[in-house]
Write a protein of this length. Structure first.
Length: 181
């Protein structure tokens, strides 16, 4: 693809946006990884498998978007790293109870949890900041839950409990919208 270098640059700028986004108590639990080439195809295959296993059609639909993307930025968080504020948002009484969890990504649950509510908020802010950066550079993108789940299943972000993917494309028409159901 003729725009690969530009997409890699934008993905790098998106990574910066995610990294510098505000974090609860100033503690960074965000993890990122940029995917290209065969990595995009591998994640698309896993998305199709998960779509069939979970009987969720949009995983299969989104796999086509991943195959056609030039680059993808994965953004996840280490959701077990609590803030120490004992807010109860995770369902536990004390943050120390949350930190004794074990990461288990499986087909029954695509995310490991419970997660610190503030870390999940940090992730949302980081993902939004990254998508904004792509948009500012006129690069087509879409935030994909499905690809984030596949990334976790493939252990691409091994220390993360939750992840999203933001595939990027440069084409005459945005490949991430007006898709078949």
């Amino acid at each position: 693809m003729e725009f690969d270098e530009g997409l890699r640059i934008v993905a790098s700028l998106m990574d910066i946006s995610a990294r510098t986004a505000p974090k609860a108590r100033g503690i960074d639990t965000i993890v990122t990884k940029t995917l290209t080439g065969d990595e995009l195809k591998n994640i698309a295959v896993r998305m199709e498998e998960m779509g069939e296993e979970l009987e969720v059609a949009f995983f299969i639909r989104d796999a086509a978007s991943m195959r056609n993307a030039g680059v993808c930025l994965l953004i996840g968080c280490r959701g077990f790293e609590a803030t120490g504020l004992n807010c109860g948002g995770c369902g536990k009484t004390k943050c120390s109870e949350l930190q004794n969890q074990t990461l288990q990504h499986g087909i029954d649950t695509v995310y490991s949890g419970p997660n610190c509510a503030l870390r999940v908020t940090d992730l949302g802010i980081a993902v939004g900041s990254a998508a904004k950066t792509a948009s500012m550079h006129n690069v087509d993108n879409r935030i994909l839950f499905s690809a984030g789940c596949a990334a976790l299943a493939l252990d691409l972000l091994p220390e993360c409990t939750i992840a999203y993917a933001i595939p990027l494309s440069v084409a005459g028409k945005n490949i991430f919208f007006d898709r078949a159901a």
